[in-house]
Design a protein around this ligand. Structure first.
Ligand code: PEP
Length: 253
């Protein structure tokens, strides 16, 4: 039985003070049971946010990580720095792939390192608009999953987010059928690498222009274990509402 997840990716938004104010307004989700609530603020806000959520059920994640433990890597953040602070780390987000030239090989190293240091990777995969239009979604996504997890033994310490790039920040989410089909493909890809039993334990989220108006369509599907939320996670009321709606639907099921 997979626990549903609503994870907020704040990206490069919020000053430290703004992050603190935002999380204070989110603390009311503490009371919502049956859903994991994860927030991923910018690195500089991890400590103050951690202090605020310490006695709550809200969990913390980072938005990226380097794959070495330490050394001459100016400006990078290592798993050793993160695992004192948070449990999750988003890896392979399409913005990292697109703007910072992250490859499947680099992302695979990051996933391996994160697991070695007891961090749970939230591995993001998804196709571009061009790939969708040329019917390459299945090839692209299954390749990103198998390369991202190459050489990794079956683990429960993993979350995957299917995030079609054309749906991120555009206000144009995938259809429920598109999200469900691709998520089933991701699960089948993991099953081929590991086993059916293990594939059934991995939470797979949808991400791309989700909000309080459309979240229920997605989480009503058994295959979709929740959402990785960008823009809407910067509004406390909206994030809280999405968590509550998810709890209501998934706890009923
Ligand atoms: C994201 O960046 O992970 C994301 C899903 O963004 P948005 O919800 O704003 O589309």
């Amino acid at each position: 039985m997979r626990t549903p997840i609503i994870a907020g990716n704040w990206k490069m938004n919020t000053s430290v003070n703004e992050a603190v104010e935002l999380v204070k307004r989110m603390l009311q989700v503490d009371r919502v049971k049956g859903v994991k609530k994860i927030i991923c603020p910018p690195f500089v806000s991890l400590v103050p946010v951690k202090n605020l959520i310490e006695n709550s059920s809200i969990e913390l994640g980072a938005q990226n990580m380097y794959f070495e433990e330490k050394g001459a890597m100016t400006g990078e953040i290592s798993p050793i720095m993160l695992n004192e602070l948070c449990r999750y780390v988003i890896l392979g987000h399409s913005e990292r792939r697109q703007y910072f030239a992250e490859t499947d090989e680099m992302i695979n190293k990051k996933v391996k390192t994160a697991i070695r240091f007891n961090l749970v990777p939230i591995l993001c995969v998804g196709e571009t608009l061009k790939e969708k239009e040329t019917e390459k979604t299945r090839d692209v996504v299954s390749r990103q999953v198998s390369r991202g997890l190459e050489g990794i033994n079956a683990t429960d310490s993993l979350v995957i987010a299917y995030e079609p790039i054309w749906a991120i920040g555009t206000g144009k989410s995938a259809s429920v059928a598109e999200a469900t089909n691709t998520i089933s493909l991701i699960r089948a890809t993991i099953e081929k690498m590991w086993s059916r039993e293990k594939a059934e334990t991995i939470s797979i989220l949808y991400g791309g222009s989700t909000n309080k108006q459309n979240i229920t369509e997605f989480v009503r599907q058994d295959e979709i274990d929740g959402a990785l939320v960008g823009g809407a996670s910067l509004k406390a009321d909206e994030f809280v509402d999405m968590v509550k709606q998810t709890a209501e639907i998934k706890n009923k099921a």
